[in-house]
Design a protein around this ligand. Structure first.
Ligand code: GLU
Length: 389
């Protein structure tokens, strides 16, 4: 089966250090980066949203600060990252500006994607950047990360980001062209695995069996990333990034190992909302909103007649009709107290009432599951997905 990028709507591209940085010289490989920028511009021209997760800060900073000993202490690595990150950001900005693309730097720690409020804030910042047409360039915030900076963490970070923003495709560009049935340098019969539908113990064993060098955490963390991405309904590809225009090549011939989830991010998210969350409150809607929800629209504050319960932004709530029967479940965009204040009001009044401009919707349709409707869309194409407006 031939997978490509041209049907992707929102792509996260993870760039490995070794592709971008010449560690010895502490330099960024500009021709490679320029080719990547061209490929990104081509994706964008087709309407695909692109988020970059880029490693390379430590590698660039090391050479620059003359920290070339093989073993660095944690604080030296953090210093190298601080120095390298600003150079990376600058290089991305220059390369993408040639294609009239704006760049925005987002530094995250894995904790940010676990703690709820920080998660929601990071998510809406990235969503906003995409809406404004910018390319978010994300890296781990290495200077404050408390654990050892580990190569491979960005594979996991990229998978978390992809899940967080509902990306449909995650591309890991690295120095390996995919998962092999065995170490290809030792076993002439080793074959590239083209497609994986579940990260089973057999698949994990393929990464684990190979000696260090080939596996060295590299493939194992990539498989962990694949598991996380697939769990969120996001497909992932491990592809060889060494040649210039590697991203374009993934788009053109799809070579690499593809990890294909059973569901799209949207369908996955909707099942998750419908099944696995404990509703924290109840919104009673009027007849007009009831009809709008049936037609697949978002729930606006104007259609909410009553708010019960105590919930935070992003919590699950039940939506009931005027007769009290449950019609939907969703993730609410306001806290219970703010929801009470804007209930029954037009969206344009929100700012005046609350003193800040939140979302126009009380529950956006992407966060809403209308019971008894087929909310699971299997179509992953741009035209098929409704997407975030
Ligand atoms: N955050 C590290 C850096 O930018 C790299 C971590 C990784 O490659 O996984 O240097």
């Amino acid at each position: 089966m031939n997978h490509r990028l041209d049907d992707a709507r929102r792509v996260v591209v993870k760039v490995g250090s070794a592709l971008l940085a010449d560690e010895e010289k502490g330099a960024i490989r500009s021709p490679w980066l320029d080719a990547l920028a061209q490929d990104i511009a081509a994706l964008r021209a087709r309407g695909t949203e692109v988020v970059l997760v880029s490693s390379g800060a430590v590698a660039v900073g090391r050479g620059h600060l003359g920290l070339l000993r093989p073993q660095l202490r944690l604080e030296e690595k953090q210093a190298a990252a601080a120095c390298g990150q600003i150079r990376l950001a600058h290089a991305y900005q220059e390369a993408l500006a040639r294609h009239d693309l704006s760049v925005a730097q987002v530094l995250l720690t894995l904790d940010d994607t676990e703690e709820r409020r920080r998660y929601l804030n990071a998510r809406s910042t990235i969503e906003t950047l995409l809406r404004l047409g910018a390319i978010p360039v994300i890296n781990e915030n290495d200077t404050v990360a408390t654990n050892e900076i580990r190569y491979g963490d960005n594979d996991r970070l990229a998978a978390r980001v992809a899940a967080m923003i509902g990306a449909d495709t995650l591309v890991l560009l690295s120095t390996i062209d995919g998962l092999y049935t065995a170490d290809p340098r030792l076993d002439p019969d080793a074959k590239l695995v083209e497609e994986v539908h579940a990260v089973t113990p057999e698949i994990l064993a393929m990464a684990g069996k190979a000696p260090p060098g080939y596996s060295s955490g590299g493939m194992v963390t990539k498989l962990e990333a694949a598991r996380a991405a697939m769990g969120a309904g996001c497909r992932m590809v491990i592809a060889d990034g060494r040649e210039a225009h590697a991203l374009g090549a993934v788009g053109a011939d799809g070579r690499g190992t593809w990890f294909i989830p059973a569901e799209t991010p949207r369908a996955q998210r909707k099942h998750w909302i419908a099944a696995s969350l404990k509703p924290m409150g109840v919104l009673t809607v009027d007849a007009g909103a009831l009809a709008a929800l049936g037609a697949g629209k978002s729930l606006l504050p104007a259609g909410v007649a009553r708010v019960e319960g105590s919930f935070d932004r992003g919590d699950a709530v039940r939506v009931v009709g005027p007769d009290g029967s449950e019609i939907a479940r969703g993730l609410v965009a306001y806290t219970a107290s703010d929801a009470r204040r804007i209930a029954g009001h037009k969206s344009r009044e929100i700012e005046e009432i609350l003193g800040y401009r939140g979302r126009d919707e009380m529950i956006h349709r992407d966060d809403l599951v209308v019971l008894g409707q087929d909310n699971g869309e299997q179509d992953r194409t741009r035209n098929g997905a409704t997407g975030t407006p």
